[in-house]
Each structure stands twice: as structure tokens, then as C-alpha cells.
Design a binder for this molecule. Structure first.
Ligand SMILES: CC(C)(COP(=O)(O)OP(=O)(O)OC[C@H]1O[C@@H](n2cnc3c(N)ncnc32)[C@H](O)[C@@H]1OP(=O)(O)O)[C@@H](O)C(=O)NCCC(=O)NCCS
Length: 149
């Protein structure tokens, strides 16, 4: 089950991200509650976060433990992150990825020109430094449900 993270999860989240080749340098304990996680026993086998950047969001730190891959967890985490983003009125999600371009294409994300990045996204630590310039930059509109703000 996908549940919100809490401050005590930071170490486990960072271990999973590091083992998945994703950056952790800009994460502090305060960031942990912004994560969604999948727990197994005392550990965490899946995580994702949406970093708010003005009216947009950066989907980041999506990782599934190697032993749990291929079972739909990544898909589930991405779907829940999108749902959360929609609920807080985020109009479009952006992301950077080195190895999962096809995974995100499958979920409706499209390669996006970096020059088209909104200023708030371009200023994020992921975009401006942590993710290599060779990463794929992708985005997906999040149509708001009727009646949502
Ligand atoms: C990307 C990642 C989260 C996918 O997790 P997962 O739990 O294995 O994914 P799922 O089982 O939900 O797979 C969903 C679909 O995507 C496909 N898929 C999974 N990983 C893929 C990848 N790296 N590239 C292309 N397709 C992929 C699966 O085959 C599956 O396809 P299907 O629905 O046709 O069967 C996982 O491989 C991972 O942690 N990678 C390292 C970290 C990373 O690159 N994160 C993304 C940048 S934030």
C-alpha cells in the first residue's frame, strides 16, 4: 500500500534512492513527509515525491527496490503522485530521468525542450544542478477534475 512518508523515513528513503542511482543531496528530514512510500516490514521498497514549483510540480525520486521491480509498484506510485498533484491544483508535472524515459512515455509523459521549462522548474535543484544535463526532460498535463480548483 502507498502511504505518506514521515520524518523518520528519511534514512530509508535515501538508501533506496542511492541504490537506485538517484540524487539525495538536497533531501532533509523535513522533505520526508512530502514523499509517498511503500513499506515492507521495517523497510521502504518504493518512494516518490512531488516538489511544488509555483503552479507546476516536479515529479522526483521515483524508485522501487530492485527485488520489487516489474510488479506494478512504480506505476502505482506514479499514479498516486499524479493524483496528489491534481488535488493541490498542479497543472502540469515535469521530471528528469536518465534511465526511465520509456516508463514515463508509457504513462503519458512527453519529451520536452529544456528551453520550455517554466522559471520555477528551471530554478529547482534537480533541474539546475543535481540531474545531469544529459537527462531526459519530460512533462505531462494534469487536467483538473470538474469542480476542482
Ligand atoms: C522506473 C522504476 C521506478 C519502475 O518501477 P517498477 O515497479 O519496476 O515499474 P512497474 O512494474 O510499475 O512497470 C510499469 C511498466 O513500465 C515498464 N518499465 C518499468 N521500468 C522501466 C524502465 N526503466 N524503462 C522502460 N519501461 C519500464 C514495465 O515493463 C511495465 O510495463 P507494462 O505495464 O507494459 O508491463 C524502477 O525501474 C526504478 O526504480 N528505476 C530506477 C530509478 C529511476 O530511474 N527513477 C525514475 C526517475 S525519477
Amino acid at each position: 500500500m502507498v502511504t505518506p512518508g514521515d520524518v523518520g523515513d528519511l534514512d530509508a528513503i535515501c538508501r533506496l534512492l542511492a541504490a537506485s542511482g538517484l540524487p539525495t543531496q538536497d533531501l532533509s528530514a523535513e522533505a520526508a513527509p512530502a514523499f509517498l512510500v511503500v513499506r515492507r516490514g521495517t523497510g521502504i521498497v518504493g518512494c516518490v515525491a512531488v516538489e511544488r514549483c509555483g503552479e507546476f510540480g516536479l515529479l522526483r525520486s521515483l524508485a522501487v527496490a530492485v527485488s520489487e521491480r516489474g510488479k506494478g509498484l512504480g506505476d502505482r506510485l506514479a499514479a498516486e503522485a499524479e493524483q496528489l498533484a491534481r488535488q493541490v491544483g498542479i497543472a502540469r508535472l515535469y521530471l528528469l530521468t536518465m534511465t526511465a524515459t520509456a516508463f514515463f512515455e508509457h504513462r503519458g509523459y512527453r519529451l520536452t525542450d529544456r528551453a520550455e521549462a517554466p522559471e520555477a522548474i528551471a530554478r529547482s535543484t534537480q533541474f539546475s544542478g543535481l540531474c545531469p544535463g544529459s537527462s531526459s526532460f519530460m512533462s505531462k498535463p494534469l487536467p483538473q477534475a470538474k469542480g476542482a480548483r
